[in-house]
Ligand binder design. Sequence first.
Ligand code: NAG
Ligand code: NAG
Ligand code: NAG
Length: 435
Amino acid sequence: MKSSSFLVASILVAILAGSWAKYEPTWESLDARPLPQWYDEAKIGIFIHFGVYAVPAYTSEWFWCFWQCPDRKLQYVDDWMKAHYAPGFTYQDFAKDFTLEFFDATEWVNLFENSGAKYAVGPKRDIVGEFSDAMKKSSLHLGLYHSLFEWFNPLYLADKNNNFTTTDYPDTKGTAELYELVEAYEPELIWSDGDSGPVEYWKSREFLTWLYNDSPVKDNVVVNDRWGTDTHCSHGGFLNCHDRYNPGSEQTRKWENAMTLDRHSWGNRKTMKASDVLKPEELLETLAQTISNGGNILINVGPTKEGVIPPILQERLYQMGGWLKHNGEAIYSSKKWTFHNETNHVYYTASSTEDAIYAIFFQWPISNVLNLTHPVATVQTKMTMLGTDAKVSFQQNQDKLSVMLPNMAEVQSLKHAWTIKLTYIKSERHPNEIY
Ligand SMILES: *[C@@H]1O[C@H](CO)[C@@H](O)[C@H](O)[C@H]1NC(C)=O
Ligand SMILES: *[C@@H]1O[C@H](CO)[C@@H](O)[C@H](O)[C@H]1NC(C)=O
Ligand SMILES: *[C@@H]1O[C@H](CO)[C@@H](O)[C@H](O)[C@H]1NC(C)=O
């Protein structure tokens, strides 16, 4: 009797002390936090790189560093500055031309909603207030990008000179402002970057412990894996690993493919050519491949210094949105299937209840017969093509399932990629299992 009331009292004390199910500042504890479900279901996000580098709009968002970082500078960037700007012109002098006269946060957010994306990750400064207000009025989840370091911040450079044994920069700026950002804007996603330096220096684990235990977004917030040298691809929330990470196979942890529509830059470039931009079918195939392997995709756009998203990038987002209107059932909230692809540009996903699988294909077979080697039809199997009532029949052969597609002319408007939904399918590996 005594001991059980002691137990009850201990539990009460634990609850009152707020130590119930709390996270501790160790990777073991933080990495064990389940990822809030909204993130896996959302699948598609938009990334925005927007800063003073949009004024020179040359090379990439690394412009300042390519011009002046002692170990990264490029001669041709220096030559270009000398040819076009007065001697003594500084990077800060570009700021007065970061004019934003056509920036309309609501217009951006409407475009992102129409693209079919479910979250967007934006820059942390200047326009963040307007952007978060517009985001909060939309159906999208708000994410904020935050770079821990700054290339030329004297405090950071001094700490680095001291081999990161002093912590003036994270204590007053780098990590300190993360707490402010969370309090002020309550983002559901923090996309951390610029984390060169030990995790102890950044005090990232202490920040994440606060974020998960006590912050206003503790239940829903999702973070990535850039929290200090050596955390990439191993610690934090979902894994970004490196830029444009797309491993082509499933991973043990949730991952995200952060990629760009402009193949060569995250920031706006005046020299971007039409051929530098992913074609719609390339964007959709990257999307399908990423989702089939259990990843999310974060698609980057770089607005101009006036605050305009270049029309060719807008067009790609609308094209994706148009495709998702018909095919979104195969993407949102989907799960990985036993198999992820066929050799002929076919990608598989499964419905969240796993009673249907989806085969997304990018090459229309000349004979109108699509051969699949992984799914095995049963007597109950039915097939449809998403976005159309056109008839789809099939024949199960010894070594393959032949899907008889409608005439392409019937489904022409669904261009770039088509999705076959298959129910009551077995996978060849588990011949007795009904999916
Ligand atoms: C810098 O710090 C690291 C990690 O504490 C240590 O391994 C390294 O030896 C130090 N380097 C110098 C030059 O002190
Ligand atoms: C198809 O799946 C296999 C097995 O997971 C993988 O090795 C391959 O890279 C994938 N191909 C594509 C194009 O994703
Ligand atoms: C699909 O399989 C059928 C039946 O074996 C075969 O006749 C046809 O040539 C195959 N089509 C393709 C595009 O491989």
